[in-house]
Write a new protein. Sequence first.
Length: 231
Amino acid sequence: MTARPSKPRLLLFAFGDFAFNLYWQSIMLFLLFYYTDALNLPIGIAATTYMVASVWDGIANFVAGVLVDRRREGTHYGALLVGGALPLGICFTLTYLPPAVQGGWAIASILGAHLLFRTAYAGVNVPYLAMSARITVASCSLRASEWAANATASSWPSVAVTAAPPLAATMLGRPRPQPSSTTLVPGRGGCLARARARISALCQRRAQYGIGRAAAPSSSLSASQSSGRTM
């Protein structure tokens, strides 16, 4: 692509980064807690599943980059984006779909869905990133404008992803869950609840072992000394 794109077209192209980050921010912010809170997976299994998928993500991105560099001359980036859009959406849905089986097969299906999503995401996102460098080859100032537009577009999905669930719960008429001292979500309510529980436990231990009462004998001793001086 040698033609110089206009600024409005660059802005529209940057909305692709907004769409990609809707997927990515959801995986980063909610998926691990979905494993532990909704699927009731032990934290060790959930973290291991997430770690394996993250390692696979690096491999999938590398393979996708090699394949994009070795693509045929007649294959355009746009065709790769259009062809991979539907599989990416399906794999994202499978990632949040509760498993239909139990036991080890359930863990395997959860991991498999996560790996499929990482693979589909790499297969679409890597061509998009390569396309962003290709369309701005005309000038460095154009590339700076495209990067600025992409950075702006990629910063909004985190706000949208975090604000959408409470708004959806309010619109559906479902009460929001109250934070407890055992919640795994690192929200403000959960942190405050855990802090109150720890402070309460610390105070009980101090009272149990008599910590904090050592000042009483010294005060009584000083009172007796003062009364002795008056005599």
